[in-house]
Design a protein around this ligand. Structure first.
Ligand SMILES: N[C@@H](CCC(=O)N[C@@H](CS)C(=O)NCC(=O)O)C(=O)O
Length: 261
């Protein structure tokens, strides 16, 4: 499978922080300040999760993200980091020119894909949704209720199996690969699969503001990433009113950053 990535530069990224942060920055080490912006129930959740995994978020003050600026999978991570106010560095990886992939990521991610993350203690983590869970657990972006947590996973597995393989891949071939003829060759299959995923998403959002419970969560981040740029893969969202309204709600969340920020 191929996905949408591009570029070869190295940059230092300091994300815009959530709007309620005094100095526009929040270190993950700064748990006290992080708790300040949580509602009381979120504070309890944060404490419980920190106890559970001994501050797993807390030591990741400065992490390195192997990133692609155009990748929706990488954007999921950048979006959550922006909303958490986490500082991090990025190393840009080309997914069109892939000859150095084993050399670059071989020790870090058996999948040899981006996003790949290196924590400040040297441990690494791959898979966009796994990274979201690692940093999102114990924050307001992941519910505490076991059923709702399972629903977040339900949407994230759906995204990886039924949504991203069509919508992200169509977008990649059409807009970023330099081989649009490959999009044309696969067009029928990719559009059929992508529209089936959009139909499912529309059903899931009927009479709901967000995918899980009544609030924005990691599930929304995961599904937003490629849905909001689906037009680049030739998908039209005109027949999906619930999706379009939800995209607007997600984009209006505090600390939101666009994919090209
Ligand atoms: N399941 C993975 C997919 C990762 C993925 O497909 N990454 C693409 C960029 S979006 C990639 O690294 N493509 C380049 C390559 O396969 O070498 C995730 O969610 O992180």
């Amino acid at each position: 499978m191929v996905s949408a990535c591009d570029g070869d530069r190295i940059e230092l990224k300091r994300p815009e922080a959530a709007e309620d942060l005094e100095d526009g920055r929040l270190s993950a080490l700064d748990g006290a300040r992080r708790r300040e912006r949580m509602a009381p129930d979120e504070e309890a959740s944060r404490r419980r999760c920190r106890d559970l995994h001994a501050g797993s978020v807390a030591y990741a003050a400065r992490v390195l993200l192997y990133n692609s600026a155009v990748s929706g999978n990488c954007y999921k991570v950048r979006l959550l980091f922006a909303q958490l106010g986490l500082e991090y560095e990025t190393e840009e990886v080309s997914v069109v020119e892939r000859s150095n992939r084993a050399e670059l990521l071989g020790e870090l991610n058996p999948g040899l894909r981006v996003p790949t993350l290196v924590l400040d203690d040297g441990r690494s983590l791959g898979e966009s949704n796994a990274i979201l869970w690692y940093f999102g657990d114990g924050t307001q972006y992941l519910p505490e209720d076991p059923y709702e947590r399972a629903q977040v996973l339900q949407w994230q597995f759906f995204e990886q199996y039924s949504h991203e393989p069509f919508i992200a891949v169509a977008r990649f071939w059409k807009a970023y690969s330099g081989k649009p003829e490959e999009f044309e060759r696969q067009r029928e299959r990719l559009l059929a699969g992508g529209y089936a995923a959009l139909d499912a998403l529309e059903r899931g959002l009927a009479e709901r503001e967000f995918l899980v419970g009544d609030r924005y969560s990691l599930a929304d981040i995961s599904l937003y990433a490629y849905t909001h740029v689906a037009h680049e893969g030739d998908f039209a969202l005109s027949g999906y009113p619930a999706i379009r309204a939800w995209l607007d709600r997600v984009a209006a969340q505090p600390g939101h950053v666009p994919i090209d920020a």
